[in-house]
Design a protein around this ligand. Structure first.
Ligand code: HSE
Length: 426
């Protein structure tokens, strides 16, 4: 076996070999962290060594300082019985699903940072892990370095969770912060997020909300016990947010954030959404800026608890991956009981059936009539204002009511609607 020059080895025997699949931002961060903190990581793992044996990547890394660990052949990992833990940081579902399934079937525990894979195939992979008495862990798939999967499944296990919501995408939060606070152009802010290693390979997954949708699927599956697939999540990104909306939100005493949210209703069904929402400045989520994420969990015993930290980036995410590696190493004899079940048809309901308050920005040729109609149609709406507001524009916030009904009322108003955003009460 190739020995890493930095390997720390305690006297006495139990050895654990690791393979890393994918040497992009996260995979290279995992290797870096495993080597940097080798001594303490090994000490915490319950093993005497924790060695990287292979790094799988199709690109040529022969000149890299870790060049000797690289392979382009997945079978090197699959067929090597000494590899007990495989770290998957490839992204996407193909070939990640096939590789992860094969590893689990071969009796290897798998740690993944791949939210697309977990959101699409989490239930199947957790079942495979159970059948083969190994672990499939994915702390890094949501919230980057923030501990959230383990706290929900362990520390909050005594609670019935009614709702989970959060700022789940570092790239969009970074872009929004730079645009709002520094007046930076969208493209420049995105480029900076990409340079910092926050954005997805295809950043449209960030901007259009798909990345946050995958994360809310994982969180909802964990909180409510049934797998939620991304196509069931109503998803909207940040591309339609305008400076007018930002100004109205500011004058109202709030901010616009991209919020992923899943809520359980009385009949045991859930709604799941990702979209830009207004939240008040006193909300625990309002001051979460830059690449930071925050996730609010509402439990019946704990009340609201918020997890906060760096939601993307090389080492913060590697921190969560390596913690899972240590957990897998500690649970080689006995698998951790962890997972969720399948969902029945129509488990995820239309969010329009839930109650909410809505922010509306619209054009009108006759402000006085529009103002009177808004006040007549809703009980105590809040009329909003902004600096240099044109006389042809009206903006307001509806009372809390069933969203479907609120939208039906809005449609009948003598206005041309330009924006409708949910207003949340966290
Ligand atoms: N592109 C993701 C984000 C990376 O910006 O949050 C972390 O999942």
């Amino acid at each position: 076996m190739l020995k890493c020059p930095y390997i720390y080895c305690l006297p006495g025997g139990r050895e654990m070999q690791i393979a890393i699949m994918g040497f992009g931002t996260i995979g290279s961060g995992v290797a870096e962290l495993l080597l940097k903190n080798q001594k303490s990581i090994v000490a915490k793992s319950g093993h005497n060594t924790l060695d990287i044996k292979y790094i799988l990547d199709i690109r040529d890394f022969s000149n890299h300082e870790l060049g000797k660990y690289f392979t382009t052949d997945f079978n090197d990992i699959l067929n090597d019985a000494s590899v007990g833990i495989v770290v998957e940081c490839m992204g996407g579902t193909t070939p990640a699903y096939e590789y992860v399934s094969s590893c689990l079937k071969a009796g290897k525990s798998v740690v993944s940072s791949n939210k697309e894979l977990v959101a699409a195939k989490g239930y199947e992979l957790l079942e495979l892990a159970k059948e083969n008495n190994v672990n499939f862990l994915f702390e890094a798939s949501v919230g980057g370095g923030i501990p959230i999967i383990r706290p929900i499944s362990q520390c909050l296990a005594a609670n019935e969770i009614g709702e989970i919501a959060g700022i789940l995408n570092g790239t969009t939060n970074f872009i929004l912060t730079k645009m709002i606070e520094d007046g930076m152009a969208f493209e420049d802010a995105l480029k900076l997020a990409q340079d910092n290693g926050y954005a997805e390979r295809d950043p449209s997954a960030d901007i259009l909300g798909h990345d946050a949708a995958r994360k809310i699927c994982i969180l909802a599956s964990l909180c409510f016990g049934k797998h939620v697939y991304p196509d069931a999540v109503e998803t909207e990104g940040i591309t339609n947010i305008t400076s007018e909306d930002v100004a109205y939100a500011k004058n109202w005493g709030g901010v616009i954030k991209l919020i992923g949210r899943a809520k359980l209703n009385d009949s045991g069904k859930i709604s799941a959404t990702v979209g830009p929402c207004l939240i008040q400045n006193h909300s625990q989520l309002a001051s979460v800026d830059d690449v930071f994420n925050a996730i609010l969990v509402r439990g019946d015993a704990i009340g609201d608890v918020v997890f906060y930290g760096k939601g993307a980036g090389k080492l913060p995410t590697a921190s969560a991956v390596v913690a899972d590696v240590i957990d897998c190493a500690k649970h080689t004899a006995k698998r951790k009981a962890f997972g969720w079940g399948p969902a029945e048809e129509n488990y995820v309901i239309d969010p329009l059936l839930q109650s909410t308050s809505l922010y509306v920005r619209a054009e009108t040729q006759d402000y006085v009539t529009a103002f009177n109609e808004v006040n007549k149609s809703f009980e105590s709406p809040v009329i909003l204002h902004r600096e240099d507001e044109p006389k042809t524009e009206i903006a307001f916030i509806t009372p809390v009511m069933r969203e479907k009904e609120a939208r039906a009322v809005i449609e009948k108003l003598p206005i041309k609607v330009n924006a409708v955003l949910r207003v949340l009460d966290y």
